[in-house]
Write a protein of this length. Structure first.
Length: 274
């Protein structure tokens, strides 16, 4: 079958980030090496070449304590890669209010479960409004649509971890039941704000989940030729530390997805080197 016919623009791939609780991990692992373009999460929607993409927090939905610094760090990580692309441009934080990307700490859509940590709402140039359906930006296709605006919603929760990078190692020890029993205060937060923010900013640049690519291609996520295996997502690799930021699930008491991995960086270059 012609792949262009198999991939209908009408399909709906929701841009959401989940927390993985009690996940049973498989044994298979991804192999290292250059990642094929067909296994990267680039799309046909791009911000204009050379553009300074501004990020602002909506003052009507301010971030919780400590989270503003984690947003700044996530911006710096993506900005550092975008600047090295052929299209250039940068990502910068501006004062609260208007921005190309507006971040809101507010309830997600009513159909979402408590496992959804954040969602990104996309608006292409000429669109009448926002959508969480990244399918409006067909996957692994040449640039065809310009981005106009993005909203990121982070779900209000009472278990966000907003500590700095130096504090994540000790917090991740909460994954052990004995450590949790002796450190109940430290271990009350179970999900990482920094990882979630970095992930959602990746969606604001219109990057897909590796797992979504596997759904589109009808490939099991733990198969060695899957996008999930190339991205070392936990479902394929069997471990949290190496998984790409853009993998769709965050483990409890895990903060590794604050850092961009090879799959994330190569996806950025495949998209923004056009």
């Amino acid at each position: 079958m012609d792949p262009s016919r198999r991939r209908s623009a009408a399909r709906k791939w929701v841009v959401a980030f989940l927390v993985l609780a009690g996940l049973a991990l498989p044994v298979s692992a991804a192999s290292a090496g250059t990642i094929p373009d067909t296994k990267l999460g680039w799309s046909s929607c791009l911000w204009p070449a050379g553009k300074t993409i501004t990020v602002a927090v909506d003052p009507a939905f301010p971030l919780p304590a400590g989270a503003s610094d984690r947003l700044n760090e996530a911006i710096v990580r993506w900005d550092g890669v975008l600047r090295t692309s052929r299209r250039g441009g940068d990502v910068v934080r501006v004062g609260d209010g208007a921005g190309d990307i507006v971040v809101q700490y507010r309830a997600l859509e009513g159909t979402d479960t408590s496992e959804v940590l954040g969602e990104t709402y996309l608006e292409r140039a000429g669109d009448a409004g926002f959508t969480t359906n990244i399918g409006v930006c067909p996957d692994r296709r040449p640039a065809a649509f310009g981005m106009q605006a993005v909203q990121i919603r982070i779900a209000p929760r009472n278990d966000w971890f907003t500590g700095d990078d130096n504090s994540t190692t000790n917090w991740q020890n909460c994954g052990g039941s004995t450590f949790r029993a002796f450190n109940p205060g430290l271990c009350t937060p179970t999900v990482d704000f920094g990882s979630t923010m970095t992930h959602e900013l990746g969606h604001s640049l219109v990057f897909y989940h590796p797992q979504t690519l596997d759904q589109i291609d009808n490939i099991p996520v733990n198969r060695t030729d899957s996008a999930s295996a190339q991205a070392k997502c936990v479902e394929a690799s069997g471990e949290f530390p190496p998984q790409a930021t853009m993998c769709s699930g965050q483990g409890q008491w895990r903060a590794e997805q604050r850092t961009l991995e090879t799959w994330d960086i190569e996806t950025m270059h495949r998209a923004y080197d056009q």
